[in-house]
Design a protein around this ligand. Structure first.
Ligand SMILES: *Cc1c(COP(=O)(O)O)cnc(C)c1O
Length: 230
């Protein structure tokens, strides 16, 4: 099932790139494997998939131990400061930085390990109360503050759009995040670049690609519905 689903998602990504006159290589597919067993990840790996997304530190740590070394693990979930030390050297990119305090902790833990950690700033573009992330208004000043920290590098922005029936409803949100990244890039802040735009999930990744996503995070569309009852 996973192999077939990946093929379908890949075709849709390619078509969205074509519509947007973008090169397929500009978009990275992150297979969101949270709650899913290692066997399913192995199947995706065998089909060539290398970027996987998880939202829990414990789960990244466990799966990283058990699965091939060349998998790139993306931390896409809300990150607690007391768990940062476990994940800074395991995730290739932390998508969910939403406060200066969290960024400071990441930089501090990265310093201990003598590494630099690439991160995205999570923006709650839709201003949903249930979601993490800073407002669009707060984003530039947060990026400027994080830029001063020595062991962390801002590489772009991430957003989680609302769940909607019609993905067209989220087009405006994706467009806003893109515009924000263009505005920030124009400021030429030292230690900051805006090469990554992480937006779009199973329901709306094609629209996100049309609006400039460079990373799409697809879970259900690859691995099927998640079961949280266990
Ligand atoms: C779970 C999750 C996804 C994947 O959602 P699907 O709708 O299953 O594709 C993407 N991004 C984040 C941050 C998530 O937590």
């Amino acid at each position: 099932m996973v192999t077939e689903n990946l093929k379908i998602v890949e075709e849709k990504i390619a078509k969205a790139c074509e519509r947007a006159k973008r090169d397929r290589s500009e978009v990275t597919l992150i297979a969101v494997s949270k709650t899913k067993p290692e066997v399913m990840i192995e199947e995706a790996y065998a089909a060539g998939q290398r970027d996987f997304g998880e939202n829990k530190v414990q789960e990244i740590c466990r799966k990283k131990e058990l699965l091939p070394e060349d998998i790139r693990w993306h931390m896409i979930g809300h990150l607690q400061r007391n768990k940062v030390h476990q994940v800074v050297n395991k995730a290739c990119l932390i998508h969910s930085v939403d406060s200066l305090r969290l960024a400071e902790t990441i930089s501090h833990e990265a310093e201990k390990k003598e590494i630099k950690v690439p991160v995205l700033v999570e923006v709650n573009v839709a201003q949903e109360e249930s979601k993490f992330g800073v407002t669009t208004e707060e984003t530039i000043s947060l990026v400027e503050e994080i830029a001063k920290l020595p062991h962390i590098q801002v590489r772009g922005l991430m957003t989680i759009a609302p769940f909607v029936e019609d993905p067209e409803e989220n087009r405006g949100i994706f467009r806003k995040l893109k515009q924000l990244s263009v505005d920030i890039a124009a400021k030429n802040i030292n230690n900051v670049n805006m090469s990554v735009l992480s937006m779009g999930m199973t329901n709306d990744y094609e629209v996100a690609i049309e609006e400039g996503a460079t990373m799409v995070r697809v879970g259900t569309g690859i691995f099927g519905e998640r079961d949280y009852t266990k």
